[in-house]
Design a protein around this ligand. Structure first.
Ligand code: WT7
Length: 658
């Protein structure tokens, strides 16, 4: 189905609105309702019009959406399929005329005040140099490059340089272990890895190059490793013929590089994320739809203005960094801050100190950071002048009303809009969120769907619900930013997202809708953990644990944690005759760290005599969850258990965690 472009005169060209101060188009609730209705009545027309205003196309698309949540079984959904573009022309080249000397990236290093600024002109030149260097190293259109870096501007440069060549980047968060890195290198068949000597976080060095070396041992597929030097005082090994310094390869390269023209549906990047089962999946985002969605949502949700100083303090290793540090902001010509450190270094007022020094107007962080900082009281916030702030965002996990109010009252001084943005790696960008300043907020609610998003709550019988109630959150209709497939495994994509509730995209989240139609995300309903906003699969923990010879079985569940949102509770069964001592416990922790990374930590390790299994041998995780949640009196029906006495022993043992 292809629909003609919506040429309605009330869609104002984005550049005209820039002059007026806002690129949002949605400033009040009537405008929101009008846009949402148009997005529902004619999705292709609405998004074709939006993309032409917000994205620079070499060949403008005439096709909108092709496919739906049923046809996805036969092949990926497409948006703008006949369009051609290179996303870096939207993010860089076309900004040069009006914004060449505007700061594109302002970088705040680990040490306060260690600041670098790159204008659009400088960023453009550096991306071209890096693209030329990568081409020299053999990277071609369609090939994959892994980026394993900390929060330095060069990480964004590397992403854009890949995009410049039509190559596919896959950023791996710098906290992941060598084993996790190796899995991702293999899964996407990367030929190039881009890394740095060390990362910096809270005055500590993260040995990124050494971990890369460990991951690549025996990996013949990787032909070149590009290494950015963050700290010349640190010695790292360089492998002759394979490893190349950034300053010797990128810096001398030409600052001009013709962009490789891509099809709208060519992959832009692969980003791995955890699911309920198996190894992490490489979600594939494509050029045209993803850029349209991130540019649109970044401008609309935050009410972006030309002179904003926008700061998203997430890491580039997660989707938030991709969409809301790099692609959305740069496509919108914004000044985007990149932060290398942590919120508590050197002190708990680091964010507020940065807001004051950089005169940040839009600040975007995660509930877990807000809870950590709220625990310090208002003192550290009040030390600083936060009058520049206009919009405050949160993302990654449900925000409880107490933390919300603290953010609104203490940080925002009851003057700023708070946008609680619900979305996922899979959705590419915001899906349910307030739109500043239009949407009236309710503390703890992600409020209302973006134009183009048609949420559906499904009850336990798999039926769509009408009106208020609580169910599983699905989305009924494709939107431009959705991931198109799982790298190398479309069947897994279909299986994971489109078979639980046929005809709908299933998010994995539970959700309540109130009488005003507002959405309240209640958290994951599958075996995915969200610890401090980090998404991890219980299956990944379990695989790491049972790989230990001394352990026979393991089951991992989440439980409510006051600061981290969720904590990790591991029930493990030792092999017969093995003593559950401190050495074994240390080994278990080390196994998880080695298999996933430093950000994956078991909070409670409990040795149990056995797992609660049904007579057919299925582990009843529901029981383990209830015990971990401290509600052993609410186990429900346990009549199918093979050996109920196991449960008593587990409850008794869990008491030690209080
Ligand atoms: C899961 C997705 C979205 C980018 C960062 C995380 C949870 C995310 C919210 C929110 C309640 C939220 C959901 C979702 N989540 N934002 N505002 N309120 N829950 O991306 O790693 O793909 O995780 O994070 O459970 O499914 P992700």
């Amino acid at each position: 189905m292809t629909t003609a472009v919506d040429e309605r005169p009330d869609i104002i060209d984005v550049d005209d609105r820039v002059r007026e101060g806002s690129t949002s188009q949605i400033q009040d609730m009537p405008a929101y309702r009008e846009h949402w209705s148009r997005g529902e009545a004619d999705p292709s027309g609405y998004w074709l019009a939006q993309t032409k205003q917000r994205v620079h196309w070499r060949k403008a698309p005439t096709q909108g959406l092709e496919g739906d949540c049923w046809s996805v079984c036969d092949g990926p959904i497409t948006w703008f399929a006949d369009g051609e573009l290179n996303v870096t022309e939207s993010c860089l080249d076309r900004q040069l005329a009006k914004r060449g000397d505007k700061v594109a990236i302002v970088w705040e290093g680990d040490e306060p005040g260690d600041v670098r600024e790159l204008t659009y002109k400088e960023l453009h030149a550096e991306v071209c140099r890096c693209a030329n260097a990568l081409r020299e190293l053999g990277l071609k259109k369609g090939e994959r490059a892994i980026i394993y870096m900390g929060m330095v501007p060069e990480a964004a440069v590397a992403m854009l340089a890949c995009a410049r060549l039509g190559a596919v980047h896959s950023v791996v968060f710098g906290g992941f272990s060598a084993e996790a890195l190796r899995d991702r290198v293999r899964d996407c068949g990367a030929s190039v890895v881009i890394t740095q000597d060390v990362g910096k976080r809270g005055s500590k060095n993260i040995p990124l190059k050494a971990t890369t070396d460990q991951a690549l041992e025996g990996e013949a597929g990787v032909e070149a490793v590009l290494v950015y030097q963050r700290d010349a005082s640190v010695e790292v090994a360089m492998k002759a013929g394979r490893d190349h310094w950034w300053h010797e390869t990128v810096s001398p390269a030409s600052a001009e590089c013709e962009a490789v023209v891509c099809k709208a549906e060519d992959p832009l990047f692969v980003l791995y994320t955890s699911g309920s089962t198996g190894r992490p999946k490489g979600l594939v985002h494509t050029c045209g739809g993803y850029l349209t969605w991130t540019a649109y949502t970044h401008a609309v949700t935050f009410d972006l203005r030309e002179d904003d100083v926008y700061a998203c303090v997430a890491d580039i290793g997660w989707i938030t960094g991709h969409s809301y540090i790099v692609y959305g902001p740069l496509c919108n010509g914004a000044t985007s801050l990149m932060f290398e450190s942590v919120p508590t270094y050197p002190d708990v007022d680091r964010y507020w100190d940065m807001v004051a020094r950089h005169k940040i107007t839009i600040f975007y962080t995660a509930p877990t950071a807000i809870r950590v900082l709220a625990a310090q009281g208002p003192g550290p916030v009040r030390k600083h002048d936060l009058s520049s702030l206009r919009v405050l965002g949160t993302v990654g996990e449900p925000i409880d009303p107490v933390a919300w109010r603290w953010y609104y009252e203490v940080v925002g001084q009851e003057r700023c809009a708070v946008v609680d943005t619900w979305w996922q790696t899979e959705t590419g960008g915001h899906c349910i969120t307030p739109i500043a300043p239009a949407t009236p907020e309710k503390p703890g609610s992600a409020t209302l769907p973006m134009p183009g998003i048609m949420p559906v709550l499904v009850n336990e019988h798999g039926r769509p619900m009408v009106g208020p109630g609580e169910g599983r959150l699905c989305i009924a209709h494709p939107w431009p930013g959705m991931a198109r497939t799982v790298w190398g495994d479309h069947a897994r994509y279909v299986m994971t997202y489109f078979t639980t509730f046929p005809g709908f995209y299933f998010t994995g989240d539970g959700c309540r809708r109130d009488a005003d139609g507002y959405y309240w995300i209640t958290g994951r309903v599958d075996d995915v953990l969200n610890v401090s906003g980090h998404r991890m699969g219980t299956a990944e923990f379990e695989a790491a644990l049972i790989a230990i010879d001394e352990l026979a079985e393991a089951a991992v569940v989440g439980y409510p944690h006051a600061v981290k949102g969720q904590g990790v509770h591991a029930y493990v069964v030792a092999q017969p005759g093995v003593e559950a001592d401190d050495a074994l416990t240390a080994k278990a922790h080390e196994a998880v760290r080695g298999s996933i990374g430093a950000h994956a930590r078991i909070d409670r390790l409990q040795y149990v005599p056995g797992l609660p299994k049904t007579r057919s041998g299925k582990c009843m995780r529901r029981i383990l969850r209830k015990i971990a949640e401290g509600e052993p009196d609410k186990l429900g029906d346990v009549s199918t258990l093979a050996d109920p006495s196991v449960v008593d022993a587990i409850i008794e043992g869990a008491k030690s965690f209080g």
